[in-house]
Design a protein around this ligand. Structure first.
Ligand code: CP
Ligand code: NVA
Length: 310
């Protein structure tokens, strides 16, 4: 039976039940199929999505804007500098005002608390399009992509190699919620935050899956079904890039490292990729790589999310 998700915000994957996650995947698959055969699906006819960006974006911006259009609605893009938000107006007042005009808000920003507050003080659903803490739309898409390729999720092992950042956090929530094993290898000082690991351990315990927080990339990759990586310096950390390059050099996903994974492993990356740093062309462009299917799926999965909550 369908779960009613109308009015719900998506701030992190742990906001969702397992049933809701699979409902998103089911709808994503049918919207993808309908789009392929050119069938219109104006589920959100006339609805307005505000899209606030305090950081740059290619995939998130274009996939949400195209997505709401294909659902029959309209997307309004705001660079944070275009709004009074956090300059001369509080998050709570902004939330109350935008709720009078719009049917949903997607926001990409630094401080995760701003997204929580936007949802708390507004009366319309809020979608997290990336904060310093989480990137739930990306990871829901990643799981959907793995499901498409492997026909299952539970019991698979994902190895995440690199910074314990927003991607690592959402992958921890996502894999543990769905019952996938996840092994994370990061240099010391760059591990995922303890409280996110603890939250994920609770999910994993419930699902009977495993979480490993390691330092050795080879150990993490052993027998993996999926190898995932992300940039060593995220948006906002540009000044640390040179220092991080030195610390992360052992964490490059290259032909030497991937040998330890299963032969039919999938290579994934949220993109943008810094080729030559966290991954090399031989892996990113190999037949194991699904990075562009993953990028395309952002559109289908986010359309499903919008259709269900707006
Ligand atoms: N993966 C992702 O969110 O890409 P953008 O930063 O281009 O939106
Ligand atoms: N960790 C990266 C993800 C980009 C999609 C960042 O926050 O910049």
């Amino acid at each position: 039976m369908a779960v009613n998700m109308k009015g719900k915000s998506l701030i992190e994957i742990n906001d969702l039940t397992l049933e809701e996650v699979y409902q998103i995947f089911d709808l994503s698959a049918s919207l993808k199929q309908e789009r392929l055969i050119g069938k219109k699906h104006h589920i959100l006819e006339g609805k307005k999505l505000g899209m606030i960006f305090s950081k740059p974006s290619t995939r998130t911006r274009v996939s949400f804007e195209v997505g709401i259009y294909e659902l029959g609605g309209i997307g309004l893009y705001f660079n944070q500098n275009d709004l009074q938000l956090k300059k001369s107006e509080s998050v709570s007042d902004t939330a109350k005002v935008l709720s009078r005009y719009l049917d949903g808000i997607m926001i990409r920003t630094f401080d995760h608390q701003d997204v929580i507050d936007l949802a708390k003080y507004g009366t319309i659903p809020v979608i997290n399009g990336l904060t310093d803490l989480h990137h739930p739309c990306q990871v829901l898409t990643d799981l959907f992509t793995i499901l498409e390729k492997k026909r299952k999720l539970q019991g698979l092992k994902l190895a995440y190699i690199g910074d314990g950042n927003n991607m690592a956090h959402s992958l921890l929530h996502g894999c543990s919620k769905i019952g996938m094993d996840i092994s994370i290898a990061s240099p010391s000082g760059y591990k995922p935050l303890d409280f996110v690991v603890d939250e994920s351990m609770k999910n994993a315990k419930y699902m009977g899956s495993k979480i490993e927080i390691l330092e050795d990339p080879i150990e993490a990759v052993k027998n993996a079904d999926v190898i995932y990586t992300d940039v060593w310096a995220s948006m906002g950390q540009e000044k640390e890039a040179e220092e991080r390059k030195k610390k992360f050099i052992k964490y490059q996903v290259n032909p030497e490292l991937v040998k330890y994974a299963k032969e039919d492993y999938l290579f994934m990356h949220c993109l943008p990729a810094h080729r030559g740093d966290e991954v090399v062309d031989e892996v990113a462009d190999s037949s194991n790589s699904v990075i562009f299917d993953e990028a395309e799926n952002r559109l289908h999965v986010q359309k499903a999310i919008m259709a269900l909550i707006m």
